[in-house]
Design a protein around this ligand. Structure first.
Ligand SMILES: [Fe+2]
Ligand SMILES: [Fe+2]
Length: 222
């Protein structure tokens, strides 16, 4: 599926259905039409990118990988302690992840496609399906199972982006001469206005479908 080309050429959201529905709940006139991603919670899902190994990276890579680290810390902070989820940290994580996805969907992937003569990155469909699954998971009130699933997806997804020969490295090479201005453009995207959580069987069914499209399933244990 050439999600990018099809979506852009018809003026529709380039994201899978789950995100499109989510976007509608998130005031699309101000919210980015993309969702986001970040690093997971516990030590096992901390970004492998941090500190010294960021120093020799380009600005595009550093900016987005730093955001992975920031979001990973927020998710870790949100995880239930003694049965209590930190909803304040989760709200910050939720908004941050959505903006991160917007930065990738609205700026990074389109630039990669432009620099490749109109050909999207081969991995772009997977990224968009992952983003759609993450966005869907952000709709309902977080449960331990939802938090564990977000963490598991981010572990996989972030490695694809900031790992060796990952999406960020490729994009940095493709757009090295405009990397600084792209960072400014991403930074200046509007913050996402979050709608309240929506719960119920229909929401969970939509979430399961989004997960299935991306090749994941809801974790059974938080
Ligand atoms: Fe992503
Ligand atoms: Fe990312």
């Amino acid at each position: 599926m050439e999600a990018t080309e099809e979506g852009e050429s018809h003026g529709r959201s380039p994201l899978p259905g789950a995100f499109s529905r989510l976007e509608q709940r998130w005031e699309p006139e101000s919210a980015p039409d993309t969702a986001i991603l970040v690093n997971g919670g516990g030590p096992e899902c901390q970004s492998k990118i941090s500190g010294d190994n960021l120093l020799d990276r380009g600005p595009l890579f550093r900016f987005l990988a730093d955001d992975h680290v920031r979001l990973g810390r927020l998710l870790e902070k949100a995880l239930p302690r003694l049965g209590k989820t930190n909803y304040g940290a989760y709200a910050e994580f939720r908004a941050g992840l959505l903006k991160h996805i917007a930065m990738e969907e609205k700026v990074l992937l389109p630039v990669a496609r432009r620099r490749r003569g109109g050909e999207p990155l081969p991995i772009s469909d997977k990224l968009r399906h992952d983003h759609g699954a993450l966005a869907a998971l952000l709709v309902p009130t977080p449960t331990p199972e939802i938090l564990a699933t977000i963490r598991a997806i981010l572990n996989d997804h972030n490695e694809v982006e900031d790992g060796p020969d990952g999406v960020y490295e490729v994009c940095e090479r493709l757009a090295a001469d405009e990397a600084e201005s792209l960072v400014t453009e991403m930074r200046n995207l509007p913050d996402v206005k979050l709608a309240p959580h929506v719960d119920g069987p229909q929401v969970m069914e939509a979430t399961r479908r989004a997960l299935e499209r991306a090749g994941y399933r809801l974790e059974e244990h938080g």
